[in-house]
Design a protein. Structure first.
Lengths: 495, 185
């Protein structure tokens, strides 16, 4: 145990990792504090850079951005009633009224303290849960792991209530695109249309940059959002909330619990976590009528839950090698590029890496809070940046990011094609996350199923004779049946 | 010119208003594209045991299986989603104008990437950021400040900070530029 900790400290003390830790935290706060950008776009833009970095430094940079983005998103939610990221919506309900009532410092301080508690709690759970889960996963066969990947995808799809089948269609698109290029069993080309540049498959970075970043830039450039420049003045006293949150221990622990449990489950994530936390906090409050008018429990519930999700989302990725949502799917590509295989073997072969990652996630929360305590007054001003200017900046970053990978025009053309597709999908409210999961998980699932069915000499009863696979299969079929029932009900109502 | 023409009431609307946005058509397009790709499956994949190796790896290892399953899923799901989606009459003028502007930006991006081999990194970024800022509605001093500011930031980040290499532009063959600046511009 002590030896593993020492290995982790050695990994963490590398200059590149330390710089990534601070840079990820700073960038995450800034990106989170600017409404309309969000950590997703930030992660996508930084992804190409992380491929050339040490794997721990790369993952730390992305995780810093991911976690700090949620912290930073609370600032505009409280000061100008505009959530910096989608997951800070519920923070506006009580944070902004509290700020308008003359207590912006108190609201921000409560948000920071709650986020800190949620983050530290979730990292502790990650440390405790992923090792035993990884040990158990050693007993899983290829078929079990393939079914686990399929279950993760189906969970993500059915989480998009109201557009389940559109999500399935996007998953299919992602899975199909992931098959383009030379396949591994026979080395024969698939859907390359006789070209050589498609032999290596459609470049993932160009696709992700197009889908997430360029489509967002198109959205921003045509934005008509009115920027509220009469922002609330923020003072320096931001430590009070760290004592105040302790007056609500039940809300803190329950919300962190929701965040962790929802974070571990694929497809559920921050939105449902904070919704459940907020509802439970109001139900358990002695003054429920204050919710929506500046109740401290409202801020605590929302911010604790959403900041507990990022570390928890790493549990299935590290233990099983299966990401449960788009951000961790992108992080999986960093592991793959560096030849680090997440899953059962990670904890045996890369103990120092795992330990270093845990330590960096833990320390990250202290760094983020330190930056916020020192710089909130200036960071709050970022929320008033014009959306169209952000659009210009993101487009330039996408252009350079795609071209500088291979100096090929085709990479830029692919990013543009996926950018236009992403824009159309955003406008039509069709989710893109299943597409990304299909792209990343498709080759992994195909490989597992080929190995598993091959091991059974083509006998498909292998799916029902293995208890773990059978359990996953029953859950998948039940989820699809539920999605079908929901669609039928909606069609009847519409008729 | 804009002063002489009547203003379109939809001109200033965000592309993300509550009005219908063509999701049904998009799903139909995805379904048709997937059907076309499925029809191409026999030509765009080769049976595993043909030509590559004498060994038969089994049906599960056939290269056509995975794309076939993925396309099948796409067709069925997009067809159901299409049937379940509400009918949404589009505003064709607004849609064409919006996508026209997006295609203009896309064309400028392609042009800027091609220009990098002629004008170099900094001038291409300057041209591109100026065009996009104009499309975004910036004019005058604000436009100049944004275009120059973005260009300087990109040069500092990619050329100075990360030292990313870009092809030497033709411009430097025609104009004498100090070596130190060539590495940045």
């Amino acid at each position: 145990m002590l030896e593993t900790l020492q290995l982790g400290i050695a990994q963490l003390s590398q200059t590149e990792v330390l710089i990534s830790l601070v840079a990820g935290s700073v960038l995450g706060i800034i990106i989170g504090a600017i409404p309309g950008v969000g950590p997703g776009v930030g992660i996508v833009l930084l992804l190409p850079l992380t491929y050339t970095m040490d794997p721990l430094a790369g993952i730390t940079l992305l995780m810093g951005l991911y976690a700090a983005g949620w912290y930073g998103g609370a600032i505009p939610a409280i000061t100008i009633n505009t959530p910096g990221t989608g997951v800070n919506v519920l923070t506006t309900y009580d944070g902004h009224p509290m700020a308008k009532a003359g207590e912006p410092q108190r609201a921000l301080s409560l948000a920071y303290a709650s986020s800190f508690f949620g983050g530290v709690f979730a990292v502790s759970v990650l440390m405790i849960a992923s090792w035993p889960l990884a040990s158990l996963s050693k007993y899983l066969t290829s078929i079990d792991l393939g079914m686990a990947a399929l279950l993760a995808m189906v969970l993500v799809v059915v989480a998009h209530r109201g557009s389940e089948f559109a999500s399935f269609a996007m998953l299919g698109v992602g899975l199909f695109i992931s098959t383009i290029g030379l396949e591994t069993a026979y080395g024969s080309p698939r859907f390359t249309f006789g070209t050589t540049w498609m032999m290596a498959g459609v470049p993932l970075i160009s696709m992700i940059l197009g889908l997430f970043a360029l489509s967002q830039a198109f959205t921003l450039i045509f934005s008509t959002r009115d920027v509220d420049r009469t922002d609330t003045e923020v003072g320096r006293q931001l430590l009070g909330g760290f004592l105040e949150v302790l007056r609500y221990p039940k809300v803190l622990v329950r919300s962190a619990g929701f965040g962790v449990s929802m974070g571990v489950l694929p497809g559920v994530g921050e939105f449902l976590a904070q919704f459940f936390s907020y509802t439970a906090a109001r139900a358990g409050s002695k003054e429920p009528e204050k919710f929506g008018r500046g109740a401290p429990e409202g801020i605590i519930a929302s911010e604790t839950a959403n900041n507990a999700v990022p570390p928890a989302a790493l549990v299935p990725l590290l233990a099983l090698g299966i990401p449960g949502e788009a951000f961790t799917a992108m992080m999986l590509t960093v592991f793959i590029v560096h030849g680090v295989d997440p899953g059962p073997t990670l904890f045996e072969e890369h103990r120092g890496f795992v330990s270093g990652l845990y330590l960096s996630l833990f320390i990250m929360n202290f760094i983020i809070v330190g930056i916020l305590l020192a710089g909130t007054r200036w960071i709050a001003k970022l929320a008033t940046i014009d959306d169209r200017l952000l659009g210009v900046i993101i487009m330039c970053l996408v252009m350079v990011g795609t071209f500088s990978r291979n100096y090929r025009l085709t990479d830029t053309l692919i990013a543009i094609a996926f950018g236009v597709l992403g824009f159309a999908l955003r406008r039509a409210n069709i989710p893109m996350v299943p597409l990304i999961l299909g792209l990343v998980l498709g080759p992994i699932m195909e490989s597992y199923f080929r190995q598993g069915i091959g091991g059974a000499a083509g006998d498909l009863t292998i799916f029902v004779t293995r208890p773990v696979s059978l359990t996953f299969l029953i859950i998948i079929l039940a989820l699809i049946a539920m999605a079908g029932r929901n669609v039928t009900r909606r069609m009847r109502q519409a008729a | 010119m804009s002063g002489t023409q009547p203003k379109d009431p939809n001109q200033d609307l965000s592309p993300f208003t509550d009005e219908p946005t063509g999701g049904r058509r998009l799903l139909a397009g995805i379904c048709i594209a997937a059907l076309a790709l499925l029809a191409m499956l026999p030509w765009q994949t080769r049976p595993g045991s043909m030509g590559q190796t004498a060994m038969d790896g089994g049906w599960w290892a056939e290269p056509a299986v995975a794309p076939g399953v993925a396309l099948g899923l796409t067709i069925v799901a997009s067809a159901i989603a299409f049937l379940a989606a509400r009918r949404d009459p589009l505003n064709p003028d607004r849609t064409f104008r919006l996508y026209g502007q997006i295609l203009l930006i896309a064309a400028c991006m392609v042009g800027a990437v091609m220009l990098m081999r002629v004008l170099g990194f900094a001038l291409s970024i300057l041209a591109f950021s100026t065009t996009v800022a104009v499309v975004g509605g910036f004019r005058g001093v604000k436009l100049a400040v944004i275009a120059l500011g973005v260009t300087v930031a990109m040069v500092l980040m990619f050329r100075v900070g990360f030292s990313i290499w870009f092809p030497r532009p033709l411009l430097f063959k025609w104009i004498e530029v100090p070596n130190a600046l060539q590495g940045i511009l």
